[in-house]
Design a protein around this ligand. Structure first.
Ligand SMILES: [Zn+2]
Length: 346
C-alpha cells in the first residue's frame, strides 16, 4: 500500500518532467560558447546538448519514480518471499553481512527492469550523436584548407566503431553509478543511520547484541520487522533523496558526452580531410581545469595515435576507449587543434 505522502511524491515527479521539457537554459549556451567553436557548430551542439540533458533528466525521474514505487512495495515483497529472507537473516553471522544480504534481496526486486534502462540510455546516446556527429565532422573536414573531402561524406569505420563502443560503455556506466548509489542508500537506511539518513530506520540497529546471542528466535523477530511498512519510511526517504537522480548529474553527463563526441567528430573530420597529420591538445585551462590537462596543453601527436595524459591514453579529450579513467574524462572541457601534415614536429 502506498501512503498518501508517497503518492504525492510520485505525482510531483510527473509534474517535474513537464517543467523540464519546457525549460530553455541559458547556462548551456554559455558553456558551448566557452569552447571557442564557430557559430554554426555552436548552434548544432547547443541543440544536441540541451536535448540530451533533458532526455537524461526525464529518464532519471522516471527511473526514480519506478524505484520508489518498488520500495513502497518492499514490505509486501519481503512478506511474500519470507523463506528467502528468513534464510538470509539466519545465515548472516554479523550485522554488516545481514544488511548487505537484505539490501541485495531488495535490489533484486527494485532493479528488476534495469536492462530496459541500459537499453534506453544507449538509444538516447544514439539519437544524441545522430543529431550532430556527422554534421560536425563534415564542418571540420571542409574547413581545412586544401581538404580532399569529396562532395559526399559518410563516416569511416573508425568513427562508427568508436560510437558503437562508446554507446555501450556510456549506458552501462551511467546505469552502474545509479545502481551503486541506490544500493548505498538502501544500506545506509537499513543500518545505524549514516550519510543522508542520520536517523537510520533501526531495522537492524540493535542487532549486535542479538547476534552475539545467536538465538534463532531473536533473528526471526527481525524478520517480522522486515515486513512492517512503517519500517520502510527511512528506506523510501533515502531513495527519494538520492542525488544520483538530480538534474545536475544529468547536466554533468550531457556536457561531458557533448565535448567527448564533439572531439571524436572533429577527429573524424580531420581524418577525412586527408591533409591533417596531427592533433594538439588544447586545455580549457582555467581555475577548475585539472593539473593533468594543463600539462597536456600543447601536446602534439599523429592523428591516429593517442595523447598520453596522466599516464593514460586518449584519442581525444573525453575519450575512454583506450581505458582512460573517469577522472580523466568527466567534466573535461578540453578541445584540440589540428596540425597540418608538413607542420608536424616529430
Ligand atoms: Zn580537460
Amino acid at each position: 500500500m502506498l501512503s498518501k505522502e508517497k503518492v504525492l511524491v510520485l505525482k510531483e515527479m510527473e509534474k517535474t518532467i513537464h517543467a523540464i521539457l519546457q525549460k530553455i537554459d541559458k547556462e548551456n549556451e554559455e558553456f558551448i560558447r566557452s569552447l571557442g567553436l564557430d557559430k554554426k557548430q555552436n548552434k548544432i551542439l547547443l541543440k544536441a546538448l540541451d536535448n540530451f540533458e533533458k532526455q537524461i533528466q526525464v529518464l532519471f525521474i522516471k527511473q526514480k519514480k519506478e524505484y520508489l514505487a518498488a520500495v513502497a512495495r518492499l514490505p509486501e515483497y519481503m512478506k511474500k518471499n519470507h523463506k528467502k529472507v528468513g534464510r538470509t537473516v539466519k545465515k548472516a553471522a554479523v550485522p554488516e553481512v545481514l544488511i548487505d544480504n537484505i539490501a541485495e534481496i531488495m535490489a533484486g526486486f527494485i532493479f528488476a527492469n534495469e536492462k530496459a534502462y541500459i537499453d534506453k540510455l544507449a538509444a538516447l546516446y544514439v539519437a544524441f550523436t545522430n543529431s550532430f556527429f556527422g554534421q560536425i565532422a563534415e564542418i571540420c573536414a571542409r574547413s581545412v584548407e586544401g581538404s580532399r573531402l569529396g562532395p559526399e561524406m559518410s563516416l569511416t569505420k573508425k568513427a562508427t566503431d568508436w560510437l558503437d563502443q562508446h554507446k555501450i560503455k556510456f549506458a552501462q556506466e551511467v546505469n552502474q553509478t545509479t545502481h551503486d548509489a541506490v544500493i548505498k542508500s538502501l544500506k545506509e537506511s537499513l543500518g545505524e543511520g549514516k550519510g543522508n539518513n542520520p536517523a537510520g530506520n533501526k531495522l537492524v540497529s540493535d542487532v549486535p547484541n542479538h547476534f552475539n546471542q545467536s538465538k534463532v528466535k531473536e533473528k526471526e523477530k527481525k524478520l517480522e520487522a522486515l515486513t512492517d511498512p512503517e519500517k520502510y519510511n527511512t528506506v523510501y526517504q533515502a531513495v527519494e533523496q538520492q542525488q544520483c537522480f538530480e538534474f545536475y548529474r544529468a547536466r554533468r553527463i550531457a556536457r561531458t558526452e557533448t565535448i567527448s563526441a564533439m572531439n571524436a567528430a572533429t577527429l573524424e573530420g580531420w581524418r577525412q580531410s586527408e591533409v591533417i597529420g596531427g592533433k594538439e591538445w588544447a586545455c580549457a585551462c582555467d581555475k577548475v581545469s585539472r593539473e593533468w590537462h594543463k600539462n597536456a596543453d600543447g601536446q602534439q601527436v599523429p592523428l591516429e595515435e593517442p595523447f598520453i595524459v596522466g599516464g593514460e591514453k586518449l584519442m581525444h579529450p573525453g575519450d575512454s576507449s583506450m581505458g582512460a579513467s573517469a577522472k580523466n574524462v568527466i567534466h573535461c572541457r578540453c578541445t584540440m587543434k589540428s596540425v597540418l601534415k608538413y607542420k608536424m614536429r616529430r
